[in-house]
Write a protein that binds this ligand. Structure first.
Ligand SMILES: C[S@@+](CC[C@H](N)C(=O)[O-])C[C@H]1O[C@@H](n2cnc3c(N)ncnc32)[C@H](O)[C@@H]1O
Length: 305
């Protein structure tokens, strides 16, 4: 199994046309900062220094309401891939592992609402590879308004998925504005075994939130019996309120795992290049503080009856 950060750094630098080669010197440490990769070129310092301001832009955007991040900017997406994506792989693995909720054999059809670059798919693939190895095909559909994530999914996420999961998988993208008042539920929703909504609730405005909730109810109504709906999002009061009122509006619903707030570890050893060359404690107040491993997430698992 290759180190996820090594793969991420090499693929992202490829995408930014600044190829680097990392040499692994030994086994990754599971505590502290992993220093087993050595870089043959100085490009990595130059590239990561150039992405610092993009990490700051994203961090500041997430702290302001309404959240407005320009995901069409490839440097913003690159900064997201290095400073957020790695933390968002493990939450779905953790939630699936809480309780046996997947009795699927053979083929699994999964939908991702606001999936972006799909760290959720990496976590799901890891879970399938380790705990449900009877699944030989994973068919995924992403419903996201930003079509630009297609590049990161193909060139970064797919190799990370293959790192864990050796079966077949497909990724279809259906450009979707989830807070469109005239939202029409795509027919492919009906065939899903699981649908996942991770880290997207925050991006709505006041008006958008109401529409989004209505659209989620429309999606829920179209789901087939037996479909599992998983919501994972960050520890904000507004997220708790959103999930609470949403679940009150869903009919034919069983809470398989009730709403809870859990501290979830990123599960990856911290990477020397990210911690030392992308983050910068001297600019901590701007949002470049080196990240810890744990974050609190609201999570809930629902079953359509
Ligand atoms: C913080 S990212 C989360 C992505 C991914 N789920 C994760 O955990 O990394 C929020 C995602 O919401 C998407 N998004 C923003 N506005 C949207 C809208 N109106 N409809 C659908 N997706 C939207 C963005 O393109 C982005 O991929």
């Amino acid at each position: 199994m290759e180190c996820e950060y090594k793969m991420l750094l090499e693929k992202i630098t490829d995408l930014l046309e600044s190829r680097i080669s990392l040499q692994q010197g030994g086994d990754a440490q599971t505590v502290g900062i992993c220093e087993v990769c050595k870089c043959e070129t100085q490009n990595i310092d130059y590239l990561l220094a150039g992405l610092k301001d993009k990490v700051v832009d994203i961090w500041q955007a997430y702290r302001n309401y309404p959240v407005q991040v320009n995901y069409t900017d490839r440097y913003i997406r690159a900064a997201y891939m290095l400073s957020y994506f790695p933390y968002y792989i493990n939450p779905i693995y953790y939630v699936l592992n809480k309780q046996v909720i997947l009795n699927i054999k053979g083929e699994l059809n999964v939908g991702f609402l606001g999936g972006g670059a799909l760290p959720e798919l990496v976590g799901l693939s890891k879970y399938i590879a380790l705990h449900r190895n009877s699944v030989k095909n994973i068919n995924t559909t992403v419903f996201d308004v930003t079509t630009h994530w297609d590049t990161e999914r193909r060139l970064v996420t797919e190799p990370l998925v293959k790192n864990y999961y050796k079966g077949n998988y497909t990724i279809d993208a259906i450009p979707t504005n989830l807070w469109d008042e005239d939202f029409i539920v795509h027919n492919s929703i009906k065939k899903l075994d699981i649908i996942i909504l991770q880290n997207t609730i925050n991006e709505t405005t006041d008006e958008g939130t109401k529409i989004f909730k209505n659209n989620l109810v429309k999606i829920w109504d179209k789901l087939s019996e037996g479909t599992i709906f998983i919501i994972i999002d960050l520890n904000y009061r507004a997220i708790y309120d959103f999930i609470k009122t949403l679940t009150q509006s869903l009919s034919h619903m069983i809470e398989l795992v009730g709403l809870s707030k859990d501290s979830i570890d990123s599960s990856l050893p911290k990477c020397y290049f990210i911690q030392e060359k992308l983050f910068d404690p001297s600019r901590g107040e701007d949002g470049l503080f080196p990240r810890g491993s744990n974050r609190d997430y609201w999570n809930i698992v629902l079953l359509k009856e």
